[in-house]
Design a binder for this molecule. Structure first.
Ligand code: ADP
Ligand code: MG
Length: 689
């Protein structure tokens, strides 16, 4: 490895300063502090790594069964064979007969007795000193050797600037009050320790990241997160947003009229969250609330009520969804609820024709449109709202990080800040949500509307496809509708298209007396919308679809869903998908068809999905599998914020960090900036997304 390339590769990994290198902590360690005699190494037991040394007494290249280098070393106790299947001439020279080498590797049983295959070899004098600390192994990207990164880190740790960057500034008094019995080292010694633990360090706790040195680092990181959270909270409270108090019972309020016109009563949970949101809307600073509720829990009507409140005051409300299909569903629902009440609704999506788009924009700009529903186009297409009071963002975690930043920038415009309500059907534990997003209030709908029957989930082998189709046939004969979902095929969109089309053709043939429809990602938005409308009107009885129907689609008469290749889907995806059924009064069925062979993980996943219908429980399984970042769609920002903390493992630290953050902000405002700069640096922007 030439030193010329190394810096740029390290830079690509973001390791471009002493501080960045210092915070690039090892993922594990190797013990090179111990040197065994060859006999001890042989006796130590197979498959464990050992370090020993000796003089080369034989060095030969064999050609059978393939070209390889065989080297034998000996010390005063025994001999050991080293085997290299790939080797460079330089290695052959390094291990010339008579050379003294120190080797490290696993001893295993070879054809001709015990041997090490591909040990690490260093030519050193017999009495060359041993390292006194464990050797760190760093996470690296391809093309960076451990040697290069170790050298860079060692250099960084010696850099004078680091003294400053890692300076201790948590007041001793504060720490001893918060955590009287802590045995945490200072930050600088914690970092040094983690890079170079002494030979007798407790490697178990280092690996599990529960060692006091790790605790110290994790605490600092959490502290930065809590501080930025609290600061964002304080900043929001200083901003101004229009205040919308609860409507009086009398008069022609949309809020009251909508409640009256609804064909159902709000559930207790819906009432509860609507109260929480109502309180936020009365405040003169912007609401920033996440409304969580399992699929089908009825979030839309809560959003509609919030919109009604805002419109009652002559302000506009906007509802934005991440896909055309979902946005369209909202549009239809809002038309159904609000048009009879005389509300002007505008629809804006990227697929509108230029002329339609312009007229929608005009309606929005003039204030003629009171309620605006659309996709991301709402913020992309240079729309200026006459008087926006509320932005509802459905399934916000499905927007990309950049889009979410754009949304935040638009919602917090120069003029004023509007209230913001985000909705998500991915139920995540409340504390997790609140620690992940900077400054966010969370409401949860934890109850489904009455009369919902549990979805009966079945797991079926793909070889029983014919049976499934004949079951489907009798289902449709009852006048009910159904979905047939084909899997996402990551490798090739063309292949994916082929599978849906094939299934569509097969099912069309197998069910001649019914109309079968087809939707997939390649269709134009208006084609998709036409198929969905026909399905909703029961002109289509069976809808063959890709995962484009994953979120939000609402057709109560469709209570059967077949999912092909269910083994390829994740927990959340299947849970969301099957949330499409079970919306009407009919018994709902979800059939998970799988192809063999089934991996252990997939088997467990399907079993869990069969047994568990509670989205929160499923999310928890998912969480332990994938980590919270991915689940929240906050991978980038989440990673940036918490690199060393595992919110599940280290939950107890959160509270401590919260308390420390509170006190620092009040008692040591000067330290706060330094702390944030240290931990977040340029990443701070991402946290707003
Ligand atoms: P989600 O939370 O998944 O977005 P929706 O808002 O689409 O769920 O609601 C699912 C279905 O339940 C819709 O058809 C909606 O009209 C209906 N619904 C919502 N609230 C109630 C309620 N309190 N009682 C009966 N049905 C309801
Ligand atoms: Mg929804």
């Amino acid at each position: 490895m030439t030193t010329k390339q190394a810096p740029s590769t390290l830079q690509k990994m973001g390791l471009d300063s002493p501080m960045a290198l210092a915070l690039h902590l090892p993922s594990r360690y190797e013990d090179e502090t111990e040197l065994l005699t060859i006999e001890e190494a042989l006796n130590q037991g197979r498959f464990s790594s050992a370090q020993t040394q000796g003089i080369v007494i034989r060095n030969q290249v064999l050609f059978r069964p393939r070209r390889q280098l065989l080297v034998t070393i000996e010390d005063h106790t025994a001999t050991l064979q080293l085997r290299f299947l790939n080797f460079y001439p330089s290695q052959q020279k390094q291990m010339a007969v008579g050379a003294h080498v120190r080797v490290r590797g696993e001893v295993r049983e070879g054809f001709q007795g015990p041997e090490m295959v591909h040990p690490t070899v260093r030519a050193v004098a017999t009495d060359a000193p041993l390292p006194t600390s464990l050797t760190p192994v760093y996470p690296v990207s391809a093309g960076v050797s451990q040697l290069v990164i170790r050298k860079a880190v060692t250099q960084a740790l010696r850099d004078p600037s680091l003294q400053d960057s890692l300076a201790e500034f948590l007041p001793k008094k504060l720490m001893s009050e918060l955590l009287p019995s802590h045995d945490w080292p200072s930050l600088q010694s914690a970092i040094t320790y983690l890079h170079q633990p002494p030979a007798d360090a407790n490697t178990q706790s280092l690996l599990e990241r529960t060692h006091p040195a790790w605790r110290r680092v994790q605490f600092e990181e959490l502290l930065a997160q809590q501080i930025s959270l609290k600061r964002a909270h304080a900043i929001r409270r200083e901003r101004h947003a229009p205040s919308f108090a609860k409507a009086s019972k009398a008069g022609n309020s949309l809020e009251v009229a909508l409640l009256k016109a609804l064909p159902f009563q709000l559930t207790g949970a819906q009432n509860q969250v609507w109260t929480e949101i109502g309180v936020d809307l009365e405040k003169s600073f912007p609401m920033n609330r996440l409304l969580q509720g399992d699929v089908g829990s009825g979030k839309t009507v809560v959003a509609a009520l919030a919109a009604a409140r805002v419109m009652d005051y002559g302000y506009q409300a906007a509802i934005m969804a991440p896909t055309e299909i979902l946005a369209e569903q909202h549009y239809l629902k809002m038309k159904e609820w609000f048009e009879p009440l005389g509300v002007q609704i505008a629809w804006l999506s990227g697929s509108l024709k230029a002329k339609e788009k312009r007229s929608a924009q005009e309606m929005i700009e003039s204030g003629q449109a009171q309620l605006i529903v659309g996709t991301h186009a709402l913020i992309q297409e240079n729309v200026s709202f006459a008087k926006l009071g509320l932005a509802v963002i459905d399934e916000q975690h499905r927007f990309g990080v950049r889009q979410r930043l754009e949304i935040q920038q638009r919602v917090g415009s120069e003029l004023f800040y509007c209230h913001q309500l985000m909705m998500s059907a991915t139920p995540i534990p409340r504390t997790l949500a609140m620690t992940y997003y900077a400054d966010l209030d969370v409401s949860v709908i934890d109850e489904l509307p009455p009369g919902r029957k549990p979805i009966n989930t079945k797991v079926v082998k793909a070889s029983r496809r014919d049976e499934v189709i004949s079951g489907l046939h009798s289902w449709l004969l009852k006048g009910l509708q159904a979905y047939w979902v084909c899997p996402l095929i990551d490798e090739s969109e063309a292949l994916q298209l082929q599978t849906v089309v094939e299934s569509f053709e097969q099912l069309t043939q197998a069910l001649p007396e019914f109309k079968v429809g087809l939707v997939h990602g390649r269709l134009k938005a208006e084609e998709k919308a036409a198929v969905m409308a026909a399905f909703k009107a029961n002109e289509i009885q069976l809808l063959v679809a890709t995962t484009v129907i994953e979120v939000g689609v609402d057709v109560p008469n469709a209570a059967l869903m077949v999912i092909e290749h269910a083994e390829r889907f994740g927990y959340a995806q299947i849970h969301q998908l099957r949330g499409r059924v079970g919306r009407g009064s009919a018994d709902s069925v979800c059939i998970l068809m799988y192809a063999e062979p089934l991996s252990m993980a997939a088997k467990e996943r399907l079993q869990t999905l069969r047994e568990v219908s509670d989205g929160f429980v499923i999310a928890e399984r998912d969480l332990s599998l994938r980590g919270p970042g991915e689940l929240l769609g906050a991978k980038q920002s989440g990673d940036a914020m918490l690199r060393f903390v595992d919110l599940q493992r280290d939950a107890w630290l959160i509270e401590l960090a919260q308390q420390a953050a509170e006190r620092l902000l009040v008692e040591h405002a000067d330290l706060v900036e330094r702390h944030l700069e240290r931990w977040l640096g340029s990443r701070a922007e991402f946290l707003k997304a």
